[in-house]
Design a protein around this ligand. Structure first.
Ligand code: TRP
Length: 332
């Protein structure tokens, strides 16, 4: 079976963007590939090294969301990056062969530097660890000699760099040991935030997988609709409805979307009613997931055990690869 590796930074509770953009894909992939899914806590540390008080909880929250959504430890190997120290050793070897200008031209790094700057002004320079972000990511991927890396479009440049590093390693050590991992773009329904911008934790416009039905309903009521519509019996323009109708297209059946469209255009459906129904619809979709999540919240020891078992399994594979790498390089 072909291998797949993918990770998510440990950012705490995940939102519907993560669910629709990433997790939903993983649920299918875990049936078709040998999957390694991990929580990238070292990558989180590249920017949050000075705010570590929630680090552990953030990891757990991500794990609980994954498990609640149906990522299955009997199908995929799920683990926390820092619990597989072999990755750090491989990262060192890769850092020896990665030219400085390869990491400097990384487009994501430039974006991150900008964000850091806007956050705390002069205090933020790019640390060595952040600079190595894509090299660490290469180690994540090469650690299991992956064939594919399911990612969003924003991460493709990193996987390309991984391929460059892979070729360079194979070249320098005269081997074909490492596979050139290919990015596999997530098929996703892009969901915008409640305000119409990109959904994101820090933009305060997200709906969390773990939000209660009440919180979700309330948040959905704040979603932007057709700004030109004043009264509820004015004819609406679903295509100009900035958020609510887009959500309907994601969460409603074809029939429901058609009904919403017709009623809105005739002025037979007010925005408030429409969003009440939409909230209920979204809650229906996540009811089971949230119930499962509650179980894990009440049993954190179960979650921790799953992560430990996953790390154990991952390390067995990682050690095989590392042994070969050390041998190829000629380490003592
Ligand atoms: N950089 C990725 C992100 O921010 C997370 C990540 C870390 C990753 N290592 C990886 C993704 C390896 C795929 C493969 O989303």
């Amino acid at each position: 079976m072909q291998r797949m590796v993918s990770g998510m930074r440990s950012t705490g509770k995940l939102h519907l963007g993560h669910y629709l953009g990433v997790i939903d894909n993983w649920l299918k992939l875990q049936n078709e590939y040998e999957c390694y899914f991990f929580i990238a806590d070292w990558h989180a540390l590249t920017t949050k090294y000075d705010k570590t008080e929630n680090l552990k909880q953030d990891v757990l929250e991500v794990a609980m969301d994954w498990l609640a959504c149906g990522i299955d430890p009997n199908k995929a190997t799920i683990y926390v990056q820092s619990q597989v120290p072999e990755i750090a050793e491989l990262h060192i070897y890769l850092s020896m062969i990665t030219p400085q200008n390869w990491v400097e031209r990384d487009p994501t790094l430039k974006d991150m530097a900008k964000i850091l700057k806007s956050k705390d002004g002069m205090a933020s320079q790019i640390n060595y660890g952040l600079m190595g972000y894509p090299v660490l990511m290469s180690a994540d991927i090469m650690m299991f000699n992956a064939d594919f890396v399911p990612v969003g479009i924003d991460q493709v440049a990193h996987v390309e760099l991984t391929r460059d590093i892979t070729r360079r390693f194979n070249n320098i050590y005269n081997t074909d040991f490492f596979h050139e991992a290919q990015p596999k773009l997530n098929e996703c329904s892009l969901i915008c935030g409640l305000d119409g911008n990109k959904m994101g934790k820090s933009f305060n416009n997200d709906i969390k997988i773990s939000d209660t039905a009440e919180v979700t309903a309330k948040k959905v009521m704040s979603a932007i609709t057709d700004r030109s519509r004043m009264r509820k019996d004015d004819p609406g323009h679903p295509e100009d409805c900035e958020v609510a109708f887009k959500y309907w297209k994601i969460f409603g059946t074809e029939e429901e979307v058609e009904t919403v469209k017709c009623e809105c255009e005739k002025g037979a459906r007010g925005c408030a009613d429409c969003k009440r129904q939409l909230g209920a619809k979204i809650n229906e979709r996540f009811a089971e997931i949230r119930e499962r999540r509650r179980y894990y919240e009440e049993h954190p020891e179960v979650v921790k055990q799953i992560l430990e078992d996953g790390a154990k399994k991952a390390r067995v594979e990682a050690q095989k690869v590392l042994k070969e790498v050390r041998n190829l390089i000629g380490m003592y």
